[in-house]
Design a protein around this ligand. Structure first.
Ligand code: ZN
Length: 439
């Protein structure tokens, strides 16, 4: 495809996504989803040996897949006949050489950077990349494609997905490779002077620190957090440095899942996805999304269970969108701490934000922290700056009280000044590092 025709197709997708954003009520949204599902079934799933054999009338006729089962069936799911072994070999070579153009007959191959369990391989055809870029731009730049902007993408792994976004227009995109020394990245960023800063919150927070310290001078008019959970500590630093509201794009290799509206609320992209809720706890509205992508063709994503815990908003968003409103993304499912109940009969889930809030509200001086469940009965809390004896006691009491309120037995809580972390930019603040056996 030529650049010009690519550009026209991209604009087409952009306009289509803008039209879909105008779906104002749940009836028309469901109609749209049904229309897309029928197209997908007839034109895509028929070409996938795995799904063709199932003859699904509805998406519910297909099995729920997690990353492991999805990868196990990779060879039969994809519609281009690419074997997993070959996809892995091409993607690994690209990671090693930082050349983000692994291709297989025009299909680009990405590796997911999961920290545990199975690694994922993701495929996208040129047509799908344009579709993705058009949708992303429509959500990010609702005021139009002629907006003038310098966008900095701070990302851990590059991808030729992002190259799709550049070219023509008055928009400039620059990709900053976070596997390079961070001071070099900062210097380059300083020269580029982005008007829109896009990156994982932990990295945005480091850029905010450098700005607050006067080492670089960034004045973005928009800041967009992607790929990680935005927690309160990072959000406060970013707001302080840039003085703008933080927008969020919830984007995984599995797809573009949600973004914030003008009211700052995250909405699921239900014009592109059917999202089923696997409830963890209905009372607190926590669920794991099971997504069916209505547009992917090379590697169908059908009832794919993500590894994230979302909290649905209790009340509708004032913006009036019929797309499900999310109060927050709580973290990965395997970040959840599990503790024995007081009766010892079962395991009680303790959500990351409960522990974080208890710690931050303990009245101790906390600049940064990590909470790790290292064994089933031990929580290790690392705090920076190193806590005084009184502060350590305050933190122990606050965490113990919040755990006790959940009906769980309080584990041994060790509080000290060590924050062990290989790479600051990859760390999650609450993690479970041990296997929990559920009764
Ligand atoms: Zn809204």
């Amino acid at each position: 495809m030529s650049r010009l025709s690519d550009g026209l197709i991209l604009v087409g997708h952009y306009l289509a996504a803008r039209r879909r954003a105008a779906l104002r009520d749940s009836t028309s949204l469901q109609k749209h989803q049904q229309r897309r599902w029928q197209k997908l079934r007839a034109h895509v799933l028929a070409k996938s040996p795995f799904y063709a054999a199932l003859h699904p009338a509805n998406h519910q006729d297909c099995p729920v897949m997690d990353k492991q089962s999805w990868m196990d069936a990779f060879d039969r799911i994809n519609t281009v006949g690419l074997p997993l072994s070959e996809a892995f070999a091409l993607a690994e070579r690209a990671e090693a050489t930082r050349d983000f153009s692994p291709m297989w007959h025009g299909v680009s191959i990405g590796l997911s950077t999961g920290t545990s369990g199975a690694r994922g391989v993701f495929l996208a055809s040129p047509a799908e990349r344009l579709q993705w870029a058009g949708t992303l731009l429509a959500k990010m730049l609702p005021q139009g494609l002629l907006t003038q902007a310098r966008i900095a993408l701070l990302l851990r792994a590059g991808s030729n997905l992002y190259d799709t976004l550049s070219g023509g227009l008055r928009l400039k995109f620059q990709y900053f490779d976070l596997t390079r020394p961070f001071n070099d990245v900062l210097a380059e960023l300083d020269r580029y002077r982005p008007t829109i800063l896009v990156g994982p919150p932990s990295v945005l927070a480091l850029a905010a620190d450098a700005t607050l310290a006067g080492r670089i001078q960034l004045k973005p008019s928009r800041v967009i957090a992607v790929a990680e959970v935005l927690d309160d500590i990072d959000a406060a630093r970013i707001r302080q440095a840039f003085d703008v509201p933080i927008e969020q794009i919830y984007q995984a290799t599995e797809g573009f899942l949600a973004h914030t509206c003008s009211h700052g609320t995250l909405h699921l992209n239900e014009d592109v996805l059917i999202v089923e809720k696997a409830w963890i706890d209905r009372e607190t509205r926590r669920f794991v999304p099971v997504v069916t992508d209505l547009y992917r063709q090379t590697q169908p994503v059908i009832r794919y269970r993500l590894n994230d815990v979302l909290v649905e908003r209790a009340s509708p968003c004032p913006c009036g969108s019929c797309f499900t409103a999310i109060e927050r993304i709580e973290g990965r499912e395997d970040d959840m701490v599990w503790l024995r109940s007081r009766t010892g009969a079962e395991q009680v889930p303790v959500f990351a934000d409960v522990l974080s809030r208890a710690l931050l509200n303990a009245g101790a001086a906390v600049g940064d922290y990590r909470i790790e469940q290292r064994t089933p009965d031990v929580l290790h809390v690392g705090v920076s700056p190193a806590p005084t004896a009184e502060d350590a006691e305050r933190i122990r009491m606050a965490l113990g009280a919040s755990i006790d309120r959940l009906g769980a037995s309080v584990p041994t809580i060790i509080v000290d000044g060590t924050i062990e972390c290989g790479d600051e930019r990859k760390c999650r603040r609450v993690r479970r590092l041990c296997e929990i056996v559920h009764a």
